[in-house]
Ligand binder design. Structure first.
Ligand code: FES
Length: 551
């Protein structure tokens, strides 16, 4: 194949790159972007500069020329500190745009993306789909959790413990001690929260090498994975194997099945839809969740169950889940190995069959996530986890409506929220938040700490952390309040009915009456980039992308 970088091999570009130390032979070699979405601000990224160095060495050894490029690097617990977390989701699209303005602008031939905290995998997938140049992702790995008195503790314990204390629930260890011991090294949050869910999703899509997700961050295995991916991306450029050859509808089906089988984070839904939009494959990812709703839960990693992420990795991780799903998924899908998923899985033996169960002996019935529709929402998402009867799936009750998280939290504290209520926290959507800021997740932990998780339902147009799995919670209600959805029109006392069995969410107010009512007319103030985001973002049916490349 002809390298596209050669099309720009002008004397001035040569002069610049010669001055950077490239040889004349280098000019003829594949130019590979090493996309290092990293930041010194957060532990999720603390090891990636070392990994980038390894990757660059290996690309050179394999006959390519690496160029490290950086992007924005959002991290929930750090860059979520301001504007109620609005910068987090808004950062996803900046990552995709950062990549475009460097890799596409410089006409590089391929890219290898070091992917870590929650928004980096979707940012990388979206950029890969948009640019459609050979791309492979390196799974950044998870952080080691600590121990207190022989009991494992992680960041979920710190977070939920802090909220619980406000409602009089004592944490299992003092918060200061938990904070000292929860995170013992670099990598993403432990458990099957959004980052590890997305890492497993990347493998299911075929965008990283098999057996790479999840992985202990910075371990010898992860470093070996990075080297293997570096060698492979040079081959992929020569083979001209592009993301849109891999990101087919079959690949998305495999990704959805994997998320359902591990009872993963609901955030995967919008990230997969956004990637499909960038891939221009016309796929309605929301519909896939119903199509695959018979997929049972095959492994109960925290927060769904007690399995730790280390055990899940040792049991085979995403590759073992895909092996278990073989009869239900599209094994003809092409992957970044240049082979089909079936070929990648051939002869693979699952190391931990007691951790990653067979389809006919699941941990629990499916679906672990469902999409609800009805007079209240065109789409809304409910995470069910293991459906063992421990949380309600049918609920009818009067709405108790709040305009912000702070207002909701105060009402829970003041015991205004009562058993039987449907707690509605609105104005937290893509436009209202904006960017789904608003920290709806803390409401869920507050309801749990106040003993109301099983006797109330919680509905929001906001998003939830991947660690959230309590009570009956319906999130990402679309259309959101800020764009005139029913969630913005309802009043205290209107009756909401949720039925998981029927996949429905309805309100007892007629469409005519809703149309007559004014919405709250309330928006969180936004300036700067967040204001730009609010104006440009598409609705949830696109996964909340800013500007699809089809425009
Ligand atoms: Fe980065 Fe959790 S804050 S993975």
């Amino acid at each position: 194949m002809t390298l596209r970088s050669l099309a720009a091999n002008t004397p001035s570009r040569r002069a610049n790159w010669r001055a950077l130390g490239l040889s004349l032979e280098d000019m003829e070699k594949p130019k590979i972007a090493v996309v290092n979405s990293s930041s010194e601000l957060a532990i999720c990224y603390a090891h990636l500069d070392g990994i980038a160095k390894i990757v660059k060495e290996e690309i050179r050894a394999a006959g390519g020329v690496p160029f490290e490029v950086r992007t924005a690097a959002p991290s929930d617990f750090i860059t979520g500190a301001n504007k109620a977390g609005s910068y987090i989701l808004a950062g996803r699209d900046i990552i995709a745009n950062d990549i475009e303005v460097q890799v596409e602008a410089a006409l590089l031939d391929g890219m290898i993306c070091l992917t870590s905290c929650d928004k980096t995998p979707p940012g990388h997938l979206m950029a890969a789909a948009r640019l459609n140049i050979p791309t492979i992702l390196v799974i950044g790995g998870y952080q080691p959790a600590g121990e207190i008195e022989g009991e494992p503790v992680d960041v979920e314990d710190v977070w939920s413990g802090t909220i619980g204390m406000r409602f009089g629930r004592e944490p299992k260890f003092p918060i200061a001690e938990l904070a000292e011991n929860a995170i013992m090294g670099p990598g993403v949050c432990a458990g099957m929260a959004t980052a590890n869910t997305m890492h497993s999703t990347v493998e299911a899509l075929g965008m990283c090498l098999p057996g790479h997700a999840p992985v202990r961050a910075n371990s010898p295995k992860m470093q070996a994975n990075a080297r293997a991916a570096a060698r492979r991306i040079v081959e992929m450029v020569h083979e001209d194997l592009k993301p849109r050859d891999i990101l087919t509808p079959g690949a998305f089906k495999n990704a959805v099945a994997t998320v359902l089988a591990v009872s993963g984070s609901i955030n995967a839904i919008k990230h997969l839809q956004a990637t499909a939009i960038e891939a221009q494959n016309g796929l309605d990812v929301f519909a896939l969740w119903e199509e695959m709703s018979d997929v049972p839960v095959l492994s109960a990693v925290r927060p769904t169950g007690d399995i730790r992420i280390e055990q899940f990795e040792d049991a085979g991780g995403a590759r073992a889940v895909l092996k278990r799903l073989e009869s239900r998924i599209d094994t003809g899908a092409l992957t970044c190995t240049g082979k089909t998923l079936a070929e990648n899985l051939e002869g693979y033996e699952i190391p931990g069959p007691e951790i990653i169960h067979a389809m006919d002996d699941p941990v629990g019935p499916g679906p672990s996530i469902a999409i609800l529709k009805g007079s209240f929402a065109e789409t809304a998402v409910v995470r069910l986890g293991i459906r063992d009867g421990s949380r309600p799936e049918e609920f009818t009750g009067p709405a108790r409506v709040f305009e912000s998280t702070a207002e909701t939290m105060q009402a829970i504290e003041d015991k205004v929220v009562q058993p039987g209520d449907v707690v509605v926290a609105r104005n937290q959507g893509l436009r209202g938040g904006p960017a789904m800021g608003g920290s709806a997740s803390v409401i869920l932990f507050a309801l749990d700490a106040a003993g109301l998780a099983k006797t109330t339902a919680f509905v929001t147009d906001g998003q939830l952390s991947g660690l959230c799995l309590k009570g009956l919670t319906v999130a990402e209600v679309h259309p959101e309040a800020a764009t005139g959805g029913p969630i913005g029109k309802i009043r205290d006392g209107d009756v909401i009915t949720i039925s998981v069995a029927n996949r429905s969410i309805d309100v007892n107010v007629s469409p005519d009456e809703l149309a007559r009512r004014n919405g709250p007319g309330w928006k969180t103030p936004a300036t700067g980039y967040l204001n730009t985001f609010r104006h440009d973002v598409r609705d949830m049916s696109t996964g909340g992308v800013l500007t699809p490349s089809a425009d």
